[in-house]
Design a protein around this ligand. Structure first.
Ligand SMILES: [Zn+2]
Length: 257
């Protein structure tokens, strides 16, 4: 399968998912719980819920457009180095970009699921990649690369199944487990002296900023529903930066050390 074909599959599926409600507005089934979860355009929620119709599309403009950051970091990875890892990272980032944009645009249950699939894709991929990079040996490279491809594919399938079929799934717990796995392997890199503690802390710092903005938005501390400045939008940007930094450090460990 060519790189273009592989990359275009999630793009096409995501676009169908995003464009379907636009072509057929009757299919928009606004998720009442999703409106008001984040600060942006909260003041329009009672109107949206009463009429089961969005006041505007995208429903949350800044929270929608800020997802471009995920697309940008995916493309940066492709530009940095060719290979299966860069492709899978870019695909995961694209799914997350489009899924999150679909969710914040339409506030539907389907959009929310797609958003969760995107997050699982990215974090599960980074967990598998971290494991691959830290345990890759000089001999038997072909065999290990095959194992890596199968593991990534399996993690993608598990991500989709979990996000779609597991009712009342606590996505935060899944992401916490994947994050613990990633951080565990970064600590291993420090112990094995393939990365420094300073590098690992720098790589993780965008997440600290991202998480702070996310929480300030959710709990209403930093909230003006009509403003262009949205904490949740900054969560997207800093989280995108963070996942790219993790990917880049793993790439450097694998190819340059
Ligand atoms: Zn979001």
């Amino acid at each position: 399968m060519s790189r273009f074909t592989l990359y275009s599959i999630p793009v096409v599926i995501s676009l169908i998912l995003i464009l379907f409600p636009v072509i057929n507005p009757g299919t928009i089934n606004v998720n009442a719980d999703a409106c008001g979860e984040y600060c942006e355009c909260k003041h329009q929620c009672s109107e949206i819920i009463a009429n089961n119709a969005l006041v505007q599309i995208p429903a949350q403009p800044m929270n929608t457009w800020s997802n471009i950051a995920f697309l940008v970091v995916g493309l940066m990875a492709l530009r940095r180095r060719k290979g299966p890892a860069a492709r899978w990272f870019a695909i995961s980032c694209t799914v997350l970009c489009l899924g999150s944009a679909a969710f914040h645009s339409f506030l539907t249950v389907a959009g929310q699921r797609w958003d969760v699939i995107g997050m699982f894709f990215v974090f599960n991929f980074l967990a598998v990649y971290a494991m691959f990079v830290m345990h890759e040996s000089a001999k038997n490279k072909e065999h290990e690369l095959r194992w890596f491809r199968i593991a990534v594919l399996l993690s993608a399938i598990v991500s989709v199944v979990m996000a779609i079929f597991v009712v009342d799934l606590d996505s935060t717990k899944v992401l916490a487990i994947a994050s613990a796995f990633i951080i565990g392997h970064l600590i291993l890199a420090v112990l094995e002296k393939t990365a420094t503690l300073k590098e690992v802390l720098l790589v993780l710092s965008p997440f600290a900023v991202a998480f702070t903005f996310r929480q300030l938005d959710v709990n209403g501390t930093l909230c003006d529903p009509a403003s262009w400045f949205q904490g949740h939008a900054l969560w997207h940007v800093f989280a995108a930066w963070g996942i790219y930094e993790i990917y880049k450090l793993l790439d450097v460990i694998r190819h340059e050390r």
